[in-house]
Design a protein around this ligand. Sequence first.
Ligand code: 2HG
Ligand code: ZN
Length: 479
Amino acid sequence: MMHSPLPAPSPDLISPDLIARFTAIVGGKYALTDANDVAPYLIEQRGIYQGRTPLVLRPGSVAEVSAILKLANETRTAIVPMGGNTGLVGGQMAFNGEIVLSLARLDKVREVDAASNTMTCEAGVILANAQAAASEAGRLYPLSLGSEGSCTVGGNLSSNAGGLQVVAYGNARELTLGLEVVLADGRIWNGLNKLKKDNTGYDLKNLFVGAEGTLGIITAAVLKLFPRPRSVETAFIGLPSPRAALDLLSLTRDRAAGTVTSFELISRTVLEMGLNFTQGAREPLDDKHPWYVLMELSSQAGSGLHEALEDVLGTALERGMITDAVLAASLEQAKSFWRLREQLTEAQKPAGGSIKHDISVPIAVVPEFLEEATAAVQKMVPGCRPAPFGHLGDGNMHYNVSQPVGADKTAFIARWDEMNTLVHGIVAKYQGSVSAEHGIGVMKRDILPLVKDPVAMELMRTLKATLDPNGILNPGKVL
Ligand code: 2HG
Ligand code: ZN
């Protein structure tokens, strides 16, 4: 059962002498052992996992990270790297008394090169600070997530984070040009490439992006920048069905002068949870609708985008694709739409137990997937409340299912694996993915071999054994 900590390997105690050697690398101030200091590193936001560690290290330089890994490798001491601790699959948790290695103090934006459209950030730079640094240089770093105020560049890359603008700009992997990585034995790979074109052998950086810290520890990255859009338009739209939402996406792409930079589908069920949860939130539209789209268009043209979007929505209304829409009349209103969207994760908590699925299917079959999954889970747990939402533009749905009203939370959550199996079976039928953007961590580790090509699994194990022969890097995650 994925909620209990993994069985502890024996022995997992780190001797006082070894703790002292690690402490000497970072200095006493940055080696936490006191239970109160360590506590925040042992919990995570979903409240699913509880960690256990004798030591949290907070190195202040790449050289210190290197020295830590060298010592860890020599002494076979397991390390769990941590960024902003916002991961959703337990990848950042020390379950078995491993050392937690926080990258938070590596928080420098080393360079913004506006002419090359690149930015070099250390792993601990908070995403919002990276966005701000780009913005100050008149550029856009488009990775955008609900947790951007606390998640970090290193965590974003290690989990290949997606988020709200993937439809236009790609996920973290596509936004990465180069990396600096500390390997398991302490060697530092300088791959801080700024080049768009570089055909000099294997693509090493993509081994580490999305590896969740199991192959090496990312300490810095060269990130891609884009022009800042000169106009942005945001609309909240009510529609009858996910199929209608796909038609709207297609119409918008055909007609609008700008680029669709976000296209989020929200079910009425989860919107209601959001409205109940978000202070001062109001119904975005006068009437209630079974489905909503939060759409954002961006353009380099200084004017005309508003009219283009009005034209698209007018046509969509005429054709019965949508039933109502409101265009944000101010930045404040646009922000309030996004606040409502970004709080949907938190908003599910008061509704009791929630069984999560972060899936993707080819975008054309999202409507079929939703219909089949809903019928299946409701048959399995009568009265349960599917509360789907997500990044329709990427075919990525957070197919989360809340417990029936008044039901026993523990009994509902006990059916997590059973429901996952059911939903993932439908995902498989449509050649989808069981982890679209949150990663594998421990939550999906045991699912992976069941759904992944066996040769791909062998290759992954080969890479792990080659790059981390002593198994010190984030053991028990991914594989
Ligand atoms: C989002 O899109 C996040 O808001 C979290 O990926 C999704 O709560 C979730 O399952
Ligand atoms: Zn998401």
